[in-house]
Ligand binder design. Structure first.
Ligand code: AP5
Length: 208
């Protein structure tokens, strides 16, 4: 099964991807996670990407498309994958189409997690990630049982100021992809404002 999770920053893509990995045994491909790893390791690509990420801007298409070309060819993607945070622009979506054609596969579903902007800032500024398991929590909506054990941290770009810029980038550059995939007949909308568990159930119902 080849899936894409689509939605604004903080819509719950990463949270839902973690459940889908377990349920379907296919990998999550998060361009955000790949970029953060490159930033942490101070690679040339990471240093370049950091300038954009800190500003809440999208990283240039050329960098992102290169990452995805390499990643989708890896062996663990043979049975399927979950794209999370990619594509984010029309040129990225067109490059993905070409790549999928080359690999002789197609996208089965694009799940659009619909969450209004007014919910996004609270979600993102309250997000914490476990250094131990990589799990995504929220201080109010989804707190961990044992905060100390999870060794939580806050992402560098999860400030109110940066979130506003990320939302701007989403509306101008990424939102047009909604129609791009709707026109292909593979986009399904999910109400992302429901609880984490309810959203998971809705997605699984769609996929079944
Ligand atoms: P990326 O890491 O992709 O960030 P994003 O799209 O901004 O998405 P987030 O990870 O912020 O949100 P999410 O939808 O995964 O939400 P989550 O599940 O964590 O990208 C970061 C940066 O990298 C970009 O700004 C850009 O610079 C660059 N980049 C990455 N990909 C790129 C690309 N393709 N092209 C160009 N640049 C790229 O949930 C958020 C919070 O809400 C959590 O605290 C969670 O617990 C909580 N929550 C989740 N679901 C619910 C629910 N149902 N109810 C209540 N709370 C919930």
């Amino acid at each position: 099964m080849n899936l894409m999770l689509f939605g604004a920053p903080g819509a719950g893509k990463g949270t839902q991807a973690k459940f889908l990995i377990e349920k379907y045994g296919i990998p999550q491909i998060s361009t955000g996670d790949i970029l953060r790893e490159a930033v942490k390791n101070e690679t040339e690509m990471g240093k370049e990407a950091k300038k954009y990420m800190d500003e809440g801007k999208l990283v240039p298409d050329s960098i992102i498309i290169g990452i995805i070309k390499d990643r989708l060819k890896e062996a663990d993607c043979k049975e399927g994958f979950i794209l999370d945070g990619f594509p984010r622009t029309i040129p990225q979506a067109e490059a993905l189409d070409e790549l999928l054609q080359e690999l002789n596969i197609s996208l089965d579903k694009v799940i659009s997690l619909n969450v209004p902007d007014e919910d996004i800032i609270e979600r993102i500024t309250g997000r914490r990630v476990s250094k131990v398991t990589g799990k995504i929590y929220h201080i109010k909506f989804n707190p961990p049982v044992d905060e100390k054990e999870e060794d939580l941290y806050q992402r560098a770009d999860d400030t109110e100021e940066t979130v506003k810029k990320r939302l701007d980038a989403y509306h101008t550059q990424t939102a047009p992809l909604f129609d791009f995939y709707k026109n292909k007949g593979i986009l399904v909308e999910v109400d992302g404002t429901k609880s984490v568990d309810e959203v998971t159930k809705d997605i699984i119902n769609i996929l079944n």
